[in-house]
Design a protein around this ligand. Sequence first.
Ligand code: SAM
Length: 228
Amino acid sequence: MKQFDIVTIFPGIFSAKGGPASGGDSCCYFDYGIMRQAIKKKLIKINIHDLRKSTTDKHHTVDDRPYGGGPGMILMVEPIVKMLKSIKKKKKTRVIMLAPEGKKFDQRQAERLAKYDQLILLCGRYEGFDARVEKYIDEKVSIGDYVLAGGELAAMVVTEAVARHVPGVVGHEHALDDETFSHDLDYIEYPQYSRPESYKGQKVPKILLSGNHAEIKKWRQSKRKKRK
Ligand code: SAM
């Protein structure tokens, strides 16, 4: 089983614990679709860790003002290091800081990260992390060149994209073989159609109705596209 450990100051954003996928009744993102099935089938495990539980003061302080001044708050180093120490490590673990300046996440990165037994995902908030946290991580990952308010959406994106590469998570055995980005990052899947055969003048290509699987395969190969 592949394990994802997500560290956040807003655990309520996730409901891997407590939602229908784990027998509760509150719903959130991972309680739907293939992620719900993957959790139920125990192919993956998602632990959500509340960073405030690693604090020692009575206000559960996780952030403070930056030295030297400037706007906003940053996440303090101590609770994060304490949290990282408390998360039980598997054999092959990768500690990832979600950060806009990190290595850009794509399908190749998802495949690479799927080889680890455990991913620990640190979600930043406010102005980000105390720079000293970097000594305790393996890499920084960005989901794109834009700045979000927190790392939680990025953690969801990375978790789902990686989980899809865990055997059994995507139902059909060969569903990933021809998918967009599967061959290379410019590859786009062939077009697909379902009922009705004709919709407001747009017809399903005849070859797809022929039942000739060899010809359908050829047609699909010819319709694969390269991203411009
Ligand atoms: N002050 C930081 C800067 O200028 O780089 C931005 C901090 S951002 C408001 C707060 C947190 O959101 C970050 O620490 C990171 O965890 C997360 N985040 C924002 N954009 C992200 C992105 N594109 N990819 C991954 N994480 C992101």
